[in-house]
Write a protein that binds this ligand. Sequence first.
Ligand code: SF4
Length: 296
Amino acid sequence: MNDVKIGEVHVKTVLTKSNLPIAGYSVNPYVGCTHACKYCYASFMKRFTGHDEPWGAFLDVKYWDKIKNPQRYDGQTMIVGSVTDGYNPQEEAFCRTRAFLEEMQGSKINLIITTKSDLVVRDIDLIGTFPSPLVSWSVNTLDEAFKDDMDNAVSIERRIAAMKTCRAAGIRTACFISPIFPGITDVFAIVERIRDFCDYIWLENLNLRGSFKADIMRYIKEKYPGLLPLYRQIYNGNDLTYWRALDEGVADYAEKNGFLYVIDEEPFLRDPTGKPVIINYFYHSKIKQTAKAGRK
Ligand code: SF4
């Protein structure tokens, strides 16, 4: 791993009221994220941190006042890892995510953990004490070389192995197929790989509105030149054809395989069915409207 500048910050609380549609609170035990994904939507955070280093090259370990009376959050959804990964490699030493889970013991929160790591397996003993915990892994490729180009996190195979282990321990699992890179992410191959030990499959398309658009377009030009016209069509021309076709393909796949396929639904609304529920979080309202209209 590249050199990482480690610091520490002290805050009143690690709980942040969330704007995310799926969570009442977000929990980020670190500032920054050493997984350094090239497409990281959270990298905008850097300007609030006082850091000059590139995103991924710094990490502030958070310490907070002890959470008093955790039971008062019963029924609330808390998502760990919205602008960091609570299981970045440094968590092995600092255990701040584990500290949060320990402080919340005895509460009945709806716990969601999102990660790109298998370190989460270390905390199965604590995670399993919450009423219906859910752990999700981001997997947007089965190609380790493409993964290595995109992030510093553990291999795809290690993430999938961790998903299997958590599921075997009775923890609900999700595969976050995100971001979907047009022409590169094979959604169906990923679904086939994880379908036997995954309760929810979340789909989200690559959004290039961020400052990283130029970097990604340059990467596509260098590594996948044949896809450049498609990327220009989608990201410069706002053409939705690719996403509509993917939406239809997934709907068709779901129907053939007996999976439920829903649009933009909160993950706790449905109990596991024995087969994965596929939830489409394509961001563009036009896609959502078209997709919803098509299935009514
Ligand atoms: S794991 Fe998430 S928060 Fe961390 S760099 Fe990647 S996208 Fe950003």
